[in-house]
Design a protein around this ligand. Structure first.
Ligand code: LMG
Ligand code: NDP
Ligand code: PMR
Length: 392
């Protein structure tokens, strides 16, 4: 059964980046964690967070949960299948944020983590190095830069017979110093192909598996980022002319907006696509399925492999710069706890939300940039992406 820990908390002013990319103060909410409430949620001041003080963490026998109609399952988001581990797929769990979250979830004993990774051995070694209990994880091969591999992964996963309760789209690549674009198996610019298109196909295919889960808190989490900041190059999807011409750099530009190749911009554009995708999923499927669709900004995890392609000077200066000057720095462990929280916390069940954290580890609903919250653009990105990945 669930433990309920009541610690004092309060609504706290926090710095958040608002839609214009400026840092501003906002009200944040206390947040519970791993099904274990870390905070007594009595000081919530935001109307956007629907908290029901009577909803205690209850445990339900598995059969009852399966037999329960959809409405009942939705009404009791804290219900858990007694004795059964929940099951989560995390892409790119071989390093950085994905590994840190996998570790937290596997060590909680409540989760079985499917580490969906392109480098099987690296993932196995990483899991062992951080001490994940052997029985609480499985490594499965997934190369997001190949749509064939994505489809193969889905088949393999289904053959494993495991249910899917939560899918985390976490993997990403970043090529800040590349002068020329590189391309995925299908010939799409590699950062948008990996970060957005591969995940788009994966999430679309696995939506059926999420629907089939009897878990009370089925979620699709897509890791986002600050893309609305003022640091150039800024994300901009333009009129999507590059995306509609398949980003192949031959007859068309490798950039979504049709412009010159810029690796840093391609990454930021891909993150805007991630956030638009999350919201489009929410609009299309949340009501119908009860699945929670959410994104998060985990903080600036300046030490991860994401910056492996950056120049050495940057890699040396970036962590102290973030730690001591911007104060946006977050350790891999702390960021992992944040992602684990978005996966498993019964109280972070709101759909269509972009979570961020203040310094006291309290989560709050962040604003998205203007472009990243444009429903028209979300719809067009969705439709064009469907064509590129062979779903339409
Ligand atoms: C784009 O340029 C390119 O267009 C794109 O193609 C792609 O390559 C992308 O990120 C990759 O970069 C944008 C970027 C290039 O420029 C900017 O971010 C705009 C700002 C430019 C300012 C220049 C920076 C120099 C340093 C200054 C400092 C500020 C602050 C403070 C204080 C100091 C005190 C002592 O940028 C780069 O890629 C350059 C990479 C090299 C420098 C990286 C610097 C990061 C942080 C630096 C901080 C310094 C401080 C240190 C630390 C310590 C601690 C106590
Ligand atoms: P890492 O580079 O440490 O982790 C990225 C993971 O993605 C790695 O495990 C990598 O695998 C995997 N990956 C890359 N390409 C593929 C592929 N083709 N198929 C399957 N897996 C792949 O970076 P982070 O942990 O920092 O990044 C994780 C997420 O966090 C990303 O979505 C990033 O955008 C986001 N983020 C990061 C921030 C930061 O400051 N670091 C800030 C905001 C968001 P391999 O180990 O084999 O290379
Ligand atoms: Mg940025 C003011 C706070 C702040 C925060 C929270 C970040 C996060 N950055 C901040 C400020 C600055 N950065 C300033 C003032 C500069 C100029 C010196 C700066 C520069 C900078 C560069 C060159 N920052 C960067 C880069 C990268 O290459 C990183 C990037 O854009 O990757 C796409 C990056 C980042 N800064 C962040 C975060 C979270 C990143 C990396 C990852 C990401 O956003 O997904």
């Amino acid at each position: 059964s669930m433990r309920i820990a009541a610690l004092p908390s309060s609504s706290t002013a926090a710095f958040q980046e608002n839609s214009s990319g400026m840092w501003s103060s906002s009200i944040v909410k206390a947040s519970p964690f791993l099904g274990v409430r870390l905070c007594e949620p009595k000081h919530f001041s935001s109307q956007s967070f629907s908290f029901n003080p009577k909803a205690k963490c209850i445990t339900k026998p598995q059969l009852q949960a399966i037999a329960a109609p959809v409405e009942t399952k939705r009404a009791a988001p804290e219900a858990r299948r007694a004795g059964l581990k929940s099951s989560v797929i995390i892409t790119g769990a071989s390093s950085g944020l994905g590994l840190a979250a996998a570790k937290v979830l596997a060590q909680s004993g409540e989760w079985h983590v499917i580490m969906a990774c392109r480098d099987f051995l690296k993932a196995e070694k990483a899991a062992m190095a951080v001490g994940m209990p052997r029985e609480n994880y499985t490594v499965m091969h997934l190369d997001l830069a190949s749509l064939e591999s994505v489809r193969q992964f889905v088949e393999n996963f289904r053959r494993s017979g495991r249910p899917l309760d939560v899918l985390v789209c976490n993997a990403a690549v970043y090529f800040p110093t590349a002068k020329e674009p590189t391309f995925s198996a299908e010939g799409f610019e590699l950062s948008v192909a990996t970060n957005h298109l591969g995940h788009f196909l994966l999430a679309r295919l696995l939506l059926d598996d999420l629907k089939a889960s009897d878990h009370s808190a089925r979620r699709l989490i897509i890791v986002g980022s600050i893309t609305a900041g003022n640091i150039p190059p800024k994300a901009n999807l333009g009129d999507l002319r590059g995306l509609s011409a398949a980003l192949n750099g031959v007859q068309s530009s490798p950039m979504i907006d049709g412009g010159q190749f810029d690796g840093a911009k391609a990454y930021k554009d891909s993150k805007v696509c991630n956030m638009l995708t999350m919201q489009e999923f929410h609009r299309r499927f949340h009501e119908k399925t009860g699945i929670t669709f959410a994104s998060l900004y985990p903080g600036c995890i300046a030490t991860t492999g994401l910056f492996r392609e950056h120049i050495p000077l940057f890699r040396t200066l970036f962590p102290p710069f973030q730690k001591y000057i911007t104060k946006g720095f977050v350790s891999e462990d702390d960021a992992g706890k944040r992602l684990a929280q978005v996966v498993s916390d019964p109280y972070l069940s709101k759909s269509g939300v972009y979570w961020s954290w203040n310094k006291d580890l309290n989560s709050f609903e962040n604003q998205l940039s203007e472009e990243a919250s444009d429903p028209e653009k979300a719809k067009r990105v969705w439709e064009l992406s469907e064509k590129l990945v062979g779903l339409a």
